[in-house]
Design a protein around this ligand. Structure first.
Ligand code: DGL
Length: 262
């Protein structure tokens, strides 16, 4: 049995493309509808009530598209709204935190760092999910980083200085790994590596979520039988801006449509 309905994927902006990349790698025969809430980015400074309004608006949009499941390609929503809305929809909604925490739980590591938005850090979602396994989580909120990525500013001196400031307290704690707790941050790994950090230092929760998504679709007989990946892109803000910015991160963005603008 198969199900050829699309999978919805959303974030506040281009960040979720780092998740879409992993999903396409793991599930090359699926149809994905990506939504970037670029009119309302950043999510990281919003209250839970504001995030709930954003999340429900997007899930209603996906419901109308008859999705078979939704991937929350945003840590801020995975941490703050996923549990609250999960039962309101009849499709499965998968987020980033649980699959990453499960993967990390098998590490022999004692100290792990987390960089994330203010709302994700405040929620303590990663800390609460990982610390029961005897691994201490040191959190750092990084409110300035999303803007660098949304503006395509990936190499500036200002970015290097900002990254250094954010990472210093974590490195001083001698963390052994760093969770990229915002989907915009995988695009900053090349800049972080310039500070001497190695690839295996970083944990990208999107990789764990993509594996979990495949498992879920398989177990529930929801896999597609398409021969290739199909992609559709929607944003709430300017379509040309998104097209231009997304080029840096994801080659396959062709047509972008505007929806949910009020
Ligand atoms: N990329 C999102 C996250 O993973 C949201 C970032 C933001 O808009 O502040 O948290």
């Amino acid at each position: 049995m198969e199900n050829n309905n699309p999978i919805g994927v959303f974030d506040s902006g281009v960040g979720g493309l780092s998740v879409l990349k992993e999903l396409v790698r793991e599930l090359p025969n699926e149809k994905f509808i990506y939504f970037g809430d670029t009119l309302r980015v950043p999510y990281g400074d919003k209250s839970i009530d504001e995030l709930l309004i954003c999340t429900r608006r997007i899930l209603d949009f996906f419901k109308a598209k008859e999705v078979k499941s939704v991937i929350v390609a945003c840590n801020t929503c995975s941490a703050n709204t996923l549990k609250l809305v999960k039962d309101e929809y009849d499709f499965e909604i998968l987020g980033l935190i649980e699959p990453a925490a499960k993967y990390i739980s098998s590490f022999k590591t004692q100290k792990i760092g987390l960089i994330a938005t203010t709302a994700t850090v405040k929620s303590n979602a990663y800390k609460n999910a990982i610390e029961p396994f005897g691994i201490k989580v040191f959190q750092q909120n990084c409110p300035k980083l999303v803007k660098f990525v949304e503006n395509g500013e990936l190499e500036s001196e200002n970015l290097q200085k900002t990254l250094k400031e954010y990472l210093k307290p974590l490195l001083d704690e001698q963390i052994e790994h760093l969770i990229l707790g915002c989907t915009h941050y995988p695009f900053l790994v090349p800049a972080m590596k310039k500070l001497g950090l190695k690839d295996d230092f970083f944990i990208n929760p999107a990789v764990c979520l993509a594996i979990k998504t495949k498992e879920f679709l398989k177990q529930n007989k929801l896999l597609n039988n398409l021969r290739k990946t199909e992609l559709e892109f929607f944003v709430s803000g300017d379509t040309e801006d998104f097209k231009r910015n997304s080029k840096l991160f994801f080659d396959e963005v062709a047509e972008v449509k505007q929806v949910l603008t009020d």
